[in-house]
Design a protein around this ligand. Sequence first.
Ligand code: IPE
Ligand code: IPE
Ligand code: MG
Length: 247
Amino acid sequence: MTSFMSPALPEHVAIIMDGNGRWANARNMPRAYGHRQGMETLHTVVRTAGDVGIKYLTLFAFSSENWRRPETEIIDLFGLLKTFVRRDLAELHARDVRVRVIGDRANLKSDILNLLIEAEQKTRNNGGMTLVIAFNYGARDEITRAVAALVRDIRSGDVADDGVTEEAISARLDTAGIPDPDLIIRTSGEERLSNFLLWQSAYSELMFVPEYWPDFGKDNFLAALAQYSSRNRRFGGLNPPVSVAGS
Ligand code: IPE
Ligand code: IPE
Ligand code: MG
């Protein structure tokens, strides 16, 4: 029997795609080679997620802390994102995928920003899977911007003085309108969130898998979904729910 609050398929899967550098290093190849190979995994996982009926797939592509990396690597990562959008936007659109980008846009150069906006605009009316790309994303930065926006709205009178609620903050996050992730997968054996979706992950199921991202294939993704379906989510309550006397 399928128990209450234990849906077979997660509605929203978020992935911390980690381990490209170590994958390349193990092959005596430059880190950029790992990032390129990681793009192949990305294609596979996006296709598979759409095929099995995942409604939201969020991918952590570049964190607000990844600016600490050497400039050459940052250029590689930005180049790959541009290639991905240019090369795959038509296919995503044809597959009815809607693209959304989360993260801070303020300091992005106009070429990359325009591409991201183009991807969102072109696919905005699609009704299939929503692909959320977390780019220049950091959860503390996102929460800080949301709180700043709420303060502005209170000062301007758009929101009442007592309007600081969880809903008001959620509505100002980059993820506004997107349900919280049911499942967060991190590859490469690291067991941390690295500033990913800190607000939204309050009740997410976490899964840490040993494979480096370029080695993470369709079977690994399906295995993660299968494991998710065997988890027991309680959200602080009891599961299965105990009937209350008299009810
Ligand atoms: C990819 O893996 C994740 C990104 C930041 C793009 P890494 O580049 O972090 O690879 P490792 O962790 O150094 O192996
Ligand atoms: C998290 O991976 C960010 C992305 C996957 C984009 P990192 O490799 O940057 O995380 P840390 O530094 O190991 O925590
Ligand atoms: Mg890493």
